[in-house]
Structures are given as C-alpha cells and as structure tokens.
Design a protein around this ligand. Structure first.
Ligand SMILES: C[S@@+](CC[C@H](N)C(=O)[O-])C[C@H]1O[C@@H](n2cnc3c(N)ncnc32)[C@H](O)[C@@H]1O
Length: 441
C-alpha cells in the first residue's frame, strides 16, 4: 500500500467505527477480516492511525468544529505529524486507492492549523483530557483519592497504549518454562508488574499462532486483573464461585491457584461468554470447573447454593474506565444514566453473592473501573445494608500476604481496606478490589 492508500483505508475504518454501535475493536476486526488482502505492515499502520485518531478524538474535534472523519484525519496529519499542506495534497492524490483530493474548505482547514499545537492553552480541560465534560469531576475526584494532585497524569495514562500481559498457567508451566517456550516462538517477555505470574510481551506479536499459547502455557490477562484474581485467596480444595465469570479470565487464574483441586463454579448471564470460557478452560487443562448460565432456572439453582462457598468473586459489570487504554472509544459511549444503572446492578449482584458465602468465607468485589461510584460507594452501600450484616472488610495488606503475593510489592497503605490500581502508578490497567470477610456463626 502507498502511504496515501493507508490513509484511505484508515478513513474507511474510522467512518465504519463512527457509524457502528459496537466497540471500535469489534468493528476493526470485522473490517480487517473482510480485507484479508491487506498485509501485516499495512494493517498495523492503519490500526495505529485509527487508534491514534480515537485517542485524540476530542482535541481533533475541538480544532475541526466536530468535523467529518476526513476533517479529523487532515487535522491529525497537520497537528500530530506536522505535515505541510503540500505534503497532504500529495497524499490525497485521488489516484489508485489514495483519498480524493482536498476540497477548498479542507485546504483552508489544513492551512489554518499549520504551526498550531494539538492542545493550545485555550482548549477546555475536558477536551485536553479526552473526556466527556460530565465525567471530568467524578473521574478527577476518584483518581485524586489514589494519586492526589497527579490525577491529570493518571487520566493521560488511561488514554495511552496498553501492553500485552500474559499469565503463566501453573497447571502447565512455571514462569521460566513459559518464558523459554515463548522465546522459542521468538517472543521476548519480561516480568510484569505486581503479579508474580505476569509476563509482559515486548513488541507486537501474533500470540494465538504460537505453541505456548495453543498448548495453554500462557493466557492473555492484564497484570492488574491477575492481582485482583489473586486477592480472592483461592487455594486447593476450596469451594470457589466466580459469579460474573464472563469469558473466564479470572476463572482460569482461580483454577490454577486451586491446582485443579476443589470445586470451582463459573456463572454468568451471558451464555456466549461462558462458551468462550469453556474453550479457554479446556486449553488450560482445567478439570474442576463447572459453568452455569444464570438464566431463570440457573438463578433458581444458584439460590439453593446458599452458604456453599469459601470464596465468592464478584467481578462486576462496570463502566470499564480502568480498561480505557484498550478501548479508547469507550469513554464516548458512556452516559450518566449508565453509571446509575450499573450501580443498581452492582448492588443487586453483591446482595445475591453474599448469600453464597459460608460463615467465615469471603466475598471479593472487583471492577475494572476507577470511579468511586462503582467501587468504594458500592462496598459501603453493601456493608451498611441488610445483606452486608456480618461482613467486614479485610485490610489489603492482610489479603495480599495471604494470597502469597510478595509483601514488599503491596501498593496499599497498611490500613487500606480496598485496593485501586491505576496505569500511571502501577503500570497495570485500572482495577478496584475489596475483600470482605463473613463472620463465623
Ligand atoms: C467484568 S465482566 C467479567 C470478566 C471476567 N470475570 C474475566 O475476568 O474475564 C462482567 C461480567 O458480568 C456479567 N454479568 C452482568 N450481569 C450479571 C449478573 N446479574 N449476574 C452475573 N453476571 C453478570 C457480564 O455478562 C460480564 O461477563
């Protein structure tokens, strides 16, 4: 592909994302699958450009008066790449697969932006931080609680690129064995942050095509997610319920922590997600997990499991603000009503989960959100409500040590009753975890 043809393909993909209610990565997958003739280098250039445009969405929108995808691309070429109008004209040649030549207003736009910075001082703060206006206050307040005055840096990091983290599956390998197997597949992996089984992959790789992945030695899981799963404190022989198991990311980690011994129940309202979990569990060599769809009869069945579990994990449906690095368009799909609805759902799930915990057992509440309204506020609402009677928070340092995580790496203060991870400080996705102990009867 010529550089101009890459821009034309980027424009097509950006336009497809703008007109599709699905998340950008799903649209990109469909788009690229329908264009298998695009080679690996061109794919990378196109997705890099498009994800860059998504990460600069508000700033480019400010400069272009919320212009068309073409306006945004032209603005990006000037403001990010520093191209002259002449250079842009050469790329927009209208020849072959290159974009149509610039119109008069597009040329005027490119001329007006020459020499301007992407973020001028007069740009509103919400635009500079790539946030919908209504989220600025709740997010800055929530992040300040963890990082103090550095909340802007924390927000900027949530708009950065995410690394590829793997969790070593101890049912099949140890960290050095997995690292060696990856090296044989030409993949270099360094130790990831905080989680003792995390490997961080260097560079871009096609992991799915490699033997260590196909053989189940490693699974894709952010190091923060690994920490959250570890804080469940699952050990061999326990009865553990993963109530919002989804495609099984944390179920897999729990199964490995249990060394395949004990009862592991993975539930979700979504049958397709549990189907994906099934494939992953098989690949990982997990034999002690059962999957249960929470349809009407599934819910009735689950009610009969009251008090049956040593550990119940609620990895709650949430806004996903902590995973924005991986979904840069998600911030524009969220509205205030979503947060209200999510909070109600989180409260209801916590109440249902509490019934499953045996006396002396634990309920672990996790989200990949950094918003207080989905985290500390939900735990407080639970603990002060009738279902929370008899539950008390376990200090993070205690849960950390019991989970076998290296004590010197615990990022929480000695008296902290919950853990919040943020990319700017912990180099993981944003995560929240609180461990609640049910009193013995
Ligand atoms: C954060 S995702 C789970 C991610 C998964 N635990 C992992 O580590 O890969 C939240 C999940 O909650 C599920 N969910 C939503 N409402 C639920 C409910 N009322 N009960 C159980 N699961 C629910 C969603 O289908 C979604 O898969």
């Amino acid at each position: 592909m010529t550089p101009g043809a890459r821009l034309a393909a980027s424009l097509d993909l950006l336009t497809a994302i703008a007109g599709d209610p699905r998340p950008a990565d799903a649209v990109a997958q469909t788009f690229l699958r329908a264009r298998r003739y695009i080679g690996a280098g061109d794919r990378r250039a196109v997705t890099e450009r498009v994800y860059g445009l998504l990460r600069r969405h508000a700033r480019l929108g400010w400069w272009t008066g919320h212009g068309t995808p073409r306006d945004r691309l032209i603005a990006d070429l000037v403001l990010t790449d520093g191209l002259t109008v002449k250079a842009i004209k050469a790329l927009f040649s209208g020849q072959g697969h290159e974009p149509e030549p610039l119109t008069g207003p597009e040329r005027t736009l490119a001329e007006r932006l020459q020499g301007q910075p992407l973020e001028p001082p007069e740009m509103p703060e919400a635009d500079r931080l790539e946030l919908p206006e209504w989220l600025l206050e709740p997010l800055s307040a929530s992040l300040s609680a963890t990082v103090g005055p550095d909340w802007r840096a924390a927000l900027a990091a949530l708009n950065g690129e995410a690394p590829l983290d793997l969790r070593v599956n101890t049912l099949k390998a140890d960290r050095e064995g997995a690292r060696a197997a990856l090296a044989e597949a030409d993949i270099t992996a360094v130790d990831g942050p905080l989680a003792p089984l995390a490997l961080r992959v260097e560079g871009r790789v096609n992991l799915a095509a490699t033997a260590p992945f196909r053989d189940g030695l490693v699974e894709v899981q952010d190091a923060g997610s690994q920490v959250a799963a570890a804080l469940v404190g699952a050990t061999p022989g326990m009865a553990v319920c993963d109530l919002c198991a989804g495609a099984g990311g944390k179920t897999l980690a729990l199964a490995a922590a249990m060394a395949g011994k004990g009862r592991l129940l993975a539930c979700d309202v979504s049958a397709p997600r549990l189907d994906r979990a099934k494939v992953r569990l098989r690949r990982a060599g997990v034999h002690n997990a059962t999957l249960h769809v929470l349809d009407e009869s599934g819910r009735k069945w689950l009610k009969r499991q009251a008090g049956a579990f040593d550990r119940v994990l609620v990895d709650a449906p949430c806004s996903g603000t902590g995973a924005w690095r991986r979904n840069p368009d998600a911030r524009w799909r969220l509205d205030p009503e979503d947060l209200v609805n999510l909070a109600a759902e989180q409260d209801a799930i916590l109440v249902r989960a509490a019934r499953l915990v045996r006396p002396g057992g634990r309920l672990i509440y996790v989200t990949c959100s950094v918003l207080t309204a989905e985290n500390e506020d939900r735990v407080a609402a639970f603990l002060t409500g009738p279902a929370g009677a008899g539950f008390a928070p376990v200090p993070v340092v205690e849960a950390w040590a019991e989970a076998g995580l290296p004590p010197d790496t615990c990022p929480a203060a000695g008296d902290a009753l919950s853990l919040r991870l943020v990319p700017s400080v912990h180099a993981t996705d944003g995560f929240f975890a609180a461990v609640l102990r049910r009193a013995e009867e």
